[in-house]
Design a protein around this ligand. Structure first.
Ligand code: URA
Length: 260
């Protein structure tokens, strides 16, 4: 049984001392690591370290300076980390600024220092794009070794033959090498659903070129566990804590199973 910190002490200053930052379980809970109770369990099981020292229940952290890890994995603990999910419309660039003055993904969401897109979509590609200030998450989601799945709907010039579908599934030769096996289906003639876990430049368009088809419309409908078919083009929303946790798990950033 875990000794819970009584609620009336949770935000109290250390007896006779200076206030030394925020309670660790409160900070972890704010950052989406579960309820305070879940975070207390993590701490009491010795799975949380602060600056390489196993943390004690009720200890305080400086959210600017302390390095907090869960199971050895650094966690972002700054309360101002933001996570947005945008449905990027056609004609919007993913780069931070555009010399030609075209609209950017960043201009569609609230301004925030350090906010950046997680990976990129071509200007003509529509669909889900994550924007965050959390560099750890960006690194993990975009790193090829993590194999985070991305699912696309592709509208092509005409129906793909079974040979073309098989080639996309098995891997096609691009100028930067063979593509990894993909999950591919054609729910209706000329509409293909493809799931890849690499993130090469213009990969889907180049794969379809390689099997002799021109992409007419490309929409990303899923990033790892994140999907949202109700978000209208150009709209954005904050990601929920559980979405951030699920995405972190999908790219190996959080190695524990969440408890109730
Ligand atoms: N593949 C592409 O070809 N373009 C994108 O924008 C994303 C994946």
């Amino acid at each position: 049984m875990v000794d819970e910190v009584p609620w009336f002490l949770e935000d109290a200053d250390e007896p006779g001392g200076e206030r030394q930052g925020e309670r660790l379980q409160k900070v972890l809970a704010q950052r989406g690591w579960g309820s305070r109770r879940t975070c207390e369990i993590l701490i009491s099981e010795g799975r949380v370290t602060v600056n390489d020292v196993v943390a004690e229940l009720g200890c305080r952290v400086d959210v600017d300076d302390d390095v907090v890890c869960v199971d050895g994995v650094p966690v972002g603990i700054k309360p101002d980390l933001v996570y947005y999910l945008l449905n990027k419309p056609d004609g919007v660039v993913t780069t931070a600024s555009d010399p030609q003055g075209r609209p950017t993904a960043l201009s569609l969401v609230p301004e925030c220092p350090g906010l950046h897109a997680v990976g990129r979509l071509d200007m003509a590609t529509e669909g889900l794009l994550l924007l965050t200030t959390d560099g750890n998450l960006t690194h993990a989601v975009t790193h090829p070794s993590k194999g985070v799945e991305k699912e696309y709907l592709v509208q092509v010039d005409n129906s793909l033959s079974s040979g073309a579908l098989r080639a996309l599934r098995d891997g096609v030769e691009l100028d930067d090498g063979m593509t990894a096996p993909a999950r591919v289906s054609q729910p209706e003639p000329g509409v293909v659903r493809i799931v890849i876990h690499e993130g090469r430049n213009r990969q889907v368009r180049r794969m379809f070129d390689a099997v002799g088809h021109r992409v007419q419309r490309l929409i990303r409908i899923r990033i790892g566990p994140i999907r949202d078919n109700k978000l209208a083009p150009g709209d954005w929303r904050k990601m929920s804590s559980s979405e951030v946790i699920e995405l972190s798990k999908a790219c190996g950033l959080e190695r524990y199973a969440q408890r109730p």
